[in-house]
Design a protein around this ligand. Structure first.
Ligand code: HXC
Ligand code: NAP
Length: 294
């Protein structure tokens, strides 16, 4: 049930949605659902061959129309070209999904300045480049639109070993909340989604390299162990939420960041969360001992 399409048919009929990083992983899955709901789709990232293949596959799977555009989100003129090409092809753009990202695990002291830059540039600069280019156009035309940004739960907690990503995602969250207020007068809503672990090749290769970690550590790092719901996310669940936040059904939702992580980050924050590992029978002894302390 939770991994079934949720919105009414045609919920995005006639809309054009631009998805950065839409050729792979979560961007691909969300884009596919937007097409199934009647949207036109623009997918933009660096690797044109990947985008073209995804575009062919998604058109065949959904019967929708997909425009692939090569673009490095770090470079503003390339982002302006995505806007131009999208307008030439579809006439208008109604929604922007800032989903492209770069990330890898590393102790911070091992990073060069360039390694820090590359992540912040893709995630933060890439998101504000797209937001600025598309936002200016919407404002000039007096057109209503929706922005949705993909962040992470460590955008507000921070996280060691992915510090450039944490800094960049925190910036994207600030962008989301700031423009939710500033651009509401133009009919532009800004929201964010903070996903917990959703398996994708891109993230798993760089964040959970199981094959090279000691086995015990790899087992410990399995995210399922710290997710209260004891499972990772399904792409359709995320796609349902993203489609809702882009659709008119969420017209009064603005400046929100919706966490979809099975309770993972709160598990990490809770002082006594680890007590879920106490076997049920042991609680009798524990209770006796605790009650005994007068
Ligand atoms: C230390 C590293 C490194 C590593 C690269 N660098 N990998 N430093 N440890 N593992 C350094 C390089 O040495 C170089 O610095 C600088 O970073 C730029 O590296 P390039 O390889 O030249 O960059 P580029 O080709 O642009 O590739 C960008 C990339 C790559 C980010 C490094 O991984 C990429 O293209 N990623 C895109 C997809 C992605 O990352 N997806 C995962 C998103 S998952 P020097 O100084 O040596 O030249 C995600 C999930 C979050 O965000 C939450 C999960 C729960
Ligand atoms: P992914 O498949 O690696 O997606 C990242 C995408 O970003 C790729 O399609 C990549 O395409 C694009 N990209 C990278 N650098 C770019 C650049 N300079 N310009 C334009 N596009 C660029 O990983 P994913 O797991 O689906 O991640 C998608 C989003 O979800 C990211 O924002 C990530 O932080 C977020 N997220 C994921 C998880 C998870 O568990 N998977 C959890 C929390 C948040 P090219 O290589 O073609 O450029």
């Amino acid at each position: 049930m939770y991994n079934e399409p949720m919105l009414k048919e045609n919920a995005l009929q006639g809309r054009t949605v631009v998805v950065t990083g839409g050729g792979t992983g979560l961007g691909r899955s969300m884009g596919k659902y937007f097409l199934q709901l009647g949207a036109n789709l623009v997918i933009a990232s660096r690797k044109m061959a990947v985008l073209e293949q995804t575009a062919r596959e998604l058109e065949a799977e959904t019967g929708g129309k997909v425009l692939p555009v090569a673009c490095d989100a770090r470079h503003y003129p390339e982002v302006e070209n995505v806007l131009k090409t999208s307008l030439e092809t579809f006439g208008r753009v109604d929604a922007l999904l800032n989903n492209a990202a770069g990330n890898f695990i590393s102790p911070t002291e091992r990073l060069t300045p360039k390694a820090f830059d590359v992540i912040v540039d893709i995630v933060l600069r890439g998101s504000y480049n797209f937001t600025l280019a598309f936002g200016k156009d919407w404002i000039e035309k007096g057109q209503k639109a929706t922005i949705l940004n993909i962040v992470t739960t460590y955008a507000w907690t921070g996280s060691g070993y992915v510090v450039p990503s944490a800094c960049a995602k925190a910036g994207v969250l600030a962008l989301t909340r700031s423009l939710a207020v500033e651009w509401a007068k133009y009919g532009i809503r800004s929201n964010a989604i903070a996903p917990g672990p959703f398996p994708t090749e891109g993230a798993w290769q760089r964040l959970f390299p199981e094959d090279v970690l000691p086995r015990e550590l790899a087992e410990k790092m399995n995210p399922v162990n710290r997710i209260p719901l004891k499972r990772v996310g399904e792409h359709q669940e995320l796609a349902n939420l993203a489609a809702y936040l882009l659709s008119d059904y969420s017209s009064y939702v603005n400046g929100e960041v919706v966490t979809i992580d099975g309770g993972e980050w709160l598990y990490g924050a809770g002082e006594f969360s680890m007590l879920d590992q106490v076997p049920a029978p042991a609680w009798t002894e524990i209770e006796k001992a605790v009650r005994g302390k007068k």
